[in-house]
Design a protein around this ligand. Structure first.
Ligand code: PHE
Length: 466
């Protein structure tokens, strides 16, 4: 059997960056930040990154490369190789199902982005009022009574999106690498273009209806730290949740990707650079597009009152249209194209643990594994498509995208630091590395991160983040 590995180092880095940089960076981060008081969010967010995010990234890369050295590429088998008790395999399988739950709703949003690229190109949003753009989204996602209750277009784009994911997954690492090598740089270029627009609107978008509109207010709101938030557990929970989601930890995708690195690869360096790249994209690009552009035309107070997921779809096309037919359409293609590339490079990552497991456990071919992933996501995901407005989507996000990640991460770090053993684990992580990790992190991984994860776990039941 041919041993698969990443084609080039750049390919590996872009695939890992694509895994982390996703819809979470551009859609979830700004909304979380606004809903949790803007600048109040930033300190808990950065602390969570340093005390939980970075340690978990290191652990997951080490676990992955450890498995890869033994020729294993799926989380259940890798965890099993770290400690021979049967339970670990089941925990790995639990991680795979978290991917299924998250991919089911994640791919649905991804399919919106495809559809919105299409509608930006054909000029659907041209000349629409804000209410009309918002209504378009409702019509798109709502069950249409006249068509036997099926939102046809949404279902069609969902299937198209799953088909694309399945096809790329069936081509293996090389397919994922190709998408990442094209998609990640493109999304950075699109993002830089839109962030530039966000920065330069300033007060020029003010009108009689929105006299206070000012894009810089949007940036100020996010970047003026407020220390009193440190006492608010809800803000901490939201910040920690965002860190897990954005870094893609707690699901097994990083372990899978890392299991394909060469045995001599510098994982400490790669994991650190992937983590910081994701943070750069999130805190810089993620905060310079939706909020400043919306604040630039509608005012920051409007944004605070209306902040939500819908802003990206229900408001942005209307705001772009103010820039004229050509620039408006182009910006629509850039924005939804950016979201599409961010999305697909992440949903592909969610597919790899499943495909790897089918190969390891049942000796299925990659093609069969990929097809079964597409079908299971279709089965689990259709309820989110058909009952979007009935809250199914939010349930998936809560159980899959919030609680399960924390449970998996907590169990995994206990396995790594306490059962596999922190000394062995630290040696795995630092082996062959050119950078010197601060030794204090050995203790953070052993004591601080697990304790914090435990609190986040308890907290997510006691005070579920909204
Ligand atoms: N990190 C991705 C994002 O920010 C989401 C993701 C979570 C991807 C878990 C893979 C695994 O959108």
């Amino acid at each position: 059997m041919k041993i698969e590995s990443w084609g080039t180092r750049l390919g590996l880095i872009l695939a890992m960056a694509g895994n982390a940089v996703g819809l979470g960076n551009f859609l979830r981060f700004p909304v979380q930040a606004v809903q949790n008081g803007g600048g109040a969010f930033i300190i808990p967010y950065l602390v969570s990154f340093l005390l939980m995010g970075i340690p978990l990234l290191w652990v997951e890369w080490s676990v992955g490369r450890f498995g890869g050295k033994k020729g294993i590429h799926s989380t259940p088998f890798i965890l099993d190789a770290m400690d021979r008790r049967r339970i670990w395999k089941y925990i790995g399988v639990f991680g795979i199902f978290t991917n299924v739950a998250v991919a089911s709703y994640y791919c649905y949003i991804e399919s919106w982005t495809l559809s919105y690229v299409f509608h930006s190109i054909i000029g659907t949003f041209r000349g629409m009022s804000q209410a009309e753009v918002a209504q378009f989204f409702v019509d798109y996602t709502e069950i249409d009574k006249t068509t036997l209750g099926i939102p046809y277009e949404a279902v069609l784009f969902y299937i198209l999106c799953l088909g694309l994911n399945t096809w790329i997954l069936s081509r293996g690492l090389a397919g994922i690498e190709k998408v990442a090598v094209v998609g990640v740089p493109l999304l950075l270029i699109f993002g830089a273009f839109l962030a530039f627009q966000g920065l330069t609107i300033g007060t020029s978008g003010a009108t009689a209806e929105h006299p206070d509109a000012n894009s810089w207010e949007g940036i100020n709101f996010l970047w003026t730290p407020q220390f009193d938030s440190l006492l608010n557990p809800k803000v901490w929970l939201a910040a920690a949740g965002q860190i897990f989601f954005t870094l893609s930890v707690g699901m097994g995708t990083i372990q899978c990707y890392a299991s394909y690195v060469r045995a001599k690869e510098d994982i400490a360096l790669n994991a650190t650079s992937a983590g910081f790249t994701n943070e750069f994209v999130e805190v810089v690009l993620g905060s310079l597009i939706v909020i400043p552009i919306a604040a630039g035309y509608l005012g920051i107070d409007w944004v605070r009152e209306n902040a939500g997921f819908g802003m990206a779809f229900q408001t942005m096309p209307y705001l772009f249209d103010k820039w004229g037919a050509l620039l408006g359409a182009l910006s629509g293609v850039f924005w939804f194209g950016l979201l599409f590339f961010a999305g697909i490079t992440s949903s592909l990552a969610m597919g790899t643990p499943w495909v790897g497991f089918m190969q390891d456990e049942f000796r299925w071919t990659r093609e069969k594994g990929a097809l079964s992933f597409g079908l299971i996501i279709l089965a689990f995901g259709l309820p989110t498509v058909l009952f979007f407005h009935q809250g199914v989507f939010d349930e998936y996000d809560y159980w899959g995208g919030t609680v399960s990640l924390v449970i998996f991460a907590l169990i995994e770090i206990v396995l790594f630091a306490w059962i596999f053993g922190i000394d062995k684990g630290w040696a795995e992580l630092t082996e062959g590395s050119d950078i010197k990790l601060p030794i204090i992190y050995k203790y953070i991984i052993k004591y601080v991160t697990p304790i914090l994860l435990f609190f986040v776990f308890l907290g997510s039941f006691i005070a579920p983040p909204v």
